[in-house]
Design a protein around this ligand. Sequence first.
Ligand code: TRP
Length: 502
Amino acid sequence: MSAPIDEVAAGVAAVAIAQDSPDAGGEQVVTPWDVAGGADGKIDYAKLVDDFGCSTIDDALIQRIEKATGCRAHPFLRRGMFFAHRELDQIVTAYEKGEKFYLYTGRGPSSEALHLGHLIPFHFTKWLQEAFKVPLVVQLTDDEKFLWKSLKLEDARRLARENAKDIIACGFDPRRTFIFSDVNYMCTPFYLNVLKIAKCVTFNAARGIFGFAGESNIGQIGFPPTQAAPAFPDCFPHLFGTDKKSLRCLIPCAIDQDPYFRMTRDAAPRIGGHKPALIESRFFPALKGESGKMSASDPSSAIYVTDTAKQIKDKVNKYAFSGGRLTVEEHREKGGDLDVDISWKWLNFFMDDDEELKAIGDAYGSGAMLSGEIKKKLVECLTPMIVAHQEARARVSDAVVDQFFSTAPRDFPSMFGELSGDAPAPAEGPVSFQGGEHLVASNAPVARTDGGGAEGGADTAVQAGGGDAPLSKNALKKLQKEKEIAEKKAKKAAEKAAAKAQ
Ligand code: TRP
């Protein structure tokens, strides 16, 4: 590779830059809501890893992933865009031993159209899902965006559904993917986790982690457990059953989300769950240069998934920050500056072919290739990708969205391992997006209630986390009965659907 990955500079993806943040004062600031580079405007990722206490992903870990999955690592992994982790090695070890896990990621639906940076975690998550052959839950935090942005709640909910179409267009399989909006899905199993986590976190701790202040609205202060909870499988009994410890969780995210999951990992043992593992990305550099901001209010600052071929070409030519020299003579002599050139950085994200990429880096870096020429390469790389996205999105009907949002109980074992054939067409008729204690996946792990299980049954959780009384024997019996009925119903529905499909 011609440019060390460490030099893929900080731009900003889904976060706002707090350049004028009063506390920044030349110090870099990274929270889920504000990202500001240090004095030079750049993010010092080594410092971030140090400050946050996560680890960097090394070649040995990448090789272990390739070996365990039998898949060549995704370019985002090979080229260091996903560069940091927490206990990813432990997930791989568990996977090697045949233990199951699920993926959890999310998006705050705050804008109509996604830009390229927004797609990165989803493309990578799709690769993880296919490599490991595991289920995925996607949280749309319409509540979070309502609480933080000047956005009507109705609009946040509508955007959640619109953004879901772009997420689905990345190619997830509905048989093992569940997408939910917080406002729609918040239900007893989810809320039980929210409450237990919330009780573990003092206001002082939250202020330390997130920087809450007296002016923060109390919805914001109360929100973090809602993003934490989906890291525990019993939030989703219709997918994973009722045992909090039955599955480990791996969270792909941008590194600005780390504070949420540091909090989650602290709370995990206290509520009787596994600590979720994390795989974390750098920020995607903005079109106008590494320390710039990609913002919905400045359409020239980013490439959107809705842009036309002409818009892509015009924006790249006009705005992509260039490391080219002032004159052709100077450029031929010194070569382009790969450290700052956005076309080069973006090609590193999106060009699959390692050899072609290297050839471009060598030619541009030596001066044989001019700025206009590397821009052309970028346009040729981006245009088919965005056209393909637009075509895939156009195929996502309302019924398909409903299919991904549906809380109908699944068959637990069938979400892992190889899937055969194509995904079924969405069912006709009304679909529920609401979860419930009694919607339990068939053949799924069930919480142990005898108290004698390994560290983590439901009772342990209850005693350690919240001090609320465990359910009575009768109540448990009733739950079991209801579960059996739900299973039978689910089985019948599945048979019916299968019959129909033939
Ligand atoms: N807070 C994230 C955002 O604003 C959305 C989100 C929710 C998320 N849950 C997540 C992101 C899990 C990554 C992983 O974009």
